[in-house]
Write a protein that binds this ligand. Structure first.
Ligand SMILES: Cc1cc2nc3c(=O)[nH]c(=O)nc-3n(C[C@H](O)[C@H](O)[C@H](O)COP(=O)(O)OP(=O)(O)OC[C@H]3O[C@@H](n4cnc5c(N)ncnc54)[C@H](O)[C@@H]3O)c2cc1C
Length: 393
């Protein structure tokens, strides 16, 4: 193998985790990030055991445990009546069943832990404010053309390019796949609230999931219970591509005006929302192209209805790093990685889409869903996720 660096485009969760994983294998890494700094706005992430075990194996367990929380349980409620429909134990039960925690973590805290670990690795060169703009490759390496916001261009020499540049990936286009994600008809509204301002029902150390017609709401505590994270997802006609934009408080409350009183009370306390139009696409079949490949959302975005997008990105990094250590030839390693990840990513995407449809059912179908949930024992409900959380990437 060559000493030229592995060039990674994008320092999101996928890129940072991969840089760290490769550095731990003593491989030189150059991590290129388009933004001039990482500034995550207030939002939470659920990191399930299939991903937390990988972060723990990277030695991040102690740092993450200091900033992540473990919910005691998941409670599913009917959004219109407030009735509890189903639930399952999380916390200790997850650790016992899957040997790893189910974490709730602020996105900024996860990025900070990853970034600190990346910065402490002498083998990783980190460059902010530089976007991947072009690629040439031959049998021995790659030349990656980059560009800063003020138009300064540079060419980097590496052994490979790995695109961790998210849903709107430039790397995929450079590999010959310019197909675009499509709008799903869902919009996510996200907010955080100081916990003392939240109505009492929302202060429990639990993941709350409320299901209503054409909409659902998820909430959970962050930062040792000081902050409540709220995600409200509604079916929508119009979309705006990109990361997030400010949301209008009155429009959000209008969408939930027929919901149970506790939800309306919660929403009335939220001063500021951020909106994401949700886009989707199947995994990119040509994600391995010679000495270049894709990971995370660039390869296979996952709708948030299973809380698995970041988890899949983290799984990718483990499989990719192993494949690289098993094959001397990078092109072969990348093909093997894509072949291995394709079915898992496709299944997780499908299950997430399915959840979205079920969560948003309207009457009379929602009555059947609620009846079924009410008659599902907690242990049976938990078993539905075993295939997902027990996975050892
Ligand atoms: C509402 C919502 C809730 C979610 N909740 C969860 C959850 O609970 N659990 C979970 O696991 N997942 C969740 N997800 C999904 C998760 O956020 C994403 O799957 C994850 O952030 C993808 O990480 P990534 O590193 O692949 O991409 P990104 O986070 O998009 O990072 C890509 C990086 O590449 C950079 N970049 C872009 N173009 C270039 C370029 N040309 N050159 C260099 N750099 C570039 C970007 O600036 C960015 O930093 C949620 C998503 C949404 C929308």
């Amino acid at each position: 193998m060559t000493d030229r660096p592995f060039i990674i485009a994008g320092a999101g969760i996928a890129g940072l985790t991969l840089a760290l994983t490769l550095a731990r294998q003593n491989r030189p890494v150059m991590l290129i990030e388009k933004r001039s700094r990482i500034d995550e706005l207030g939002a939470g992430l659920q990191i399930s055991p299939n991903a937390s075990r990988i972060l723990i194996e990277l030695g991040l367990g102690p740092a993450l445990s200091r900033v992540a929380g473990e919910p005691d349980e998941l409670i599913v409620r009917d959004g219109k009546t407030g009735t509890t429909l189903a639930g399952m134990a999380q916390g200790q039960a997850m650790r016992q069943t899957y040997g790893a925690p189910y974490w709730h973590i602020h996105r900024a805290d996860l990025q900070t832990v990853l970034l600190d670990a990346v910065r402490s690795e002498p083998g990783i060169q980190l460059s902010f404010g530089r976007a991947i703009a072009g690629l040439e490759q031959n049998d021995t390496g790659v030349r990656v053309h980059t560009e800063t916001a003020n138009g300064t261009q540079a060419t980097l020499e590496g052994s490979t390019l790995i695109g961790a540049d998210g849903l709107w990936t430039r790397t995929a286009a450079l590999l010959g796949d310019a197909s675009e994600p499509r709008f799903t008809g869902y919009t996510a509204w996200r907010a955080t609230l100081p916990m003392e301002e939240a109505p009492a029902l929302f202060r429990a150390n639990a993941t709350g999931l409320w299901l209503g017609p054409n909409s659902h709401l998820v909430h959970y505590p962050l930062r040792s219970g000081r902050v409540l994270n709220i995600v409200a997802i509604v079916s929508d006609r119009s979309a705006e591509p990109g990361w997030s934009r400010p949301g209008d408080k009155q429009s959000c409350e209008a969408r939930f005006r027929h919901w149970a009183e506790p939800v309306r009370a919660l929403l009335s306390h939220i001063p500021e929302w951020h909106i994401w139009s949700l886009y989707d696409r199947p995994p990119r079949p040509h994600a391995a192209y010679g000495r270049a490949t894709l990971i995370g959302d660039a390869f296979h975005p996952v709708l948030p209805f299973l809380a698995q997008g970041a988890a899949m990105a983290i799984e990718d990094t483990a499989v990719l790093a192993r494949s690289v250590s098993q094959h001397d030839d990078l092109a072969t390693a990348f093909k093997a990685y894509v072949t291995q990840r394709m079915p898992r990513a496709a299944r997780v995407q499908q299950e997430a889409r399915f959840n979205g449809r079920v969560y948003h059912l309207t009457a009379p179908f929602s009555w059947a869903r609620n009846f079924k949930l009410k008659n599902t024992k907690s242990a049976d409900f938990a078993r539905r996720y075993a295939w997902l959380y027990s996975h050892q990437a």
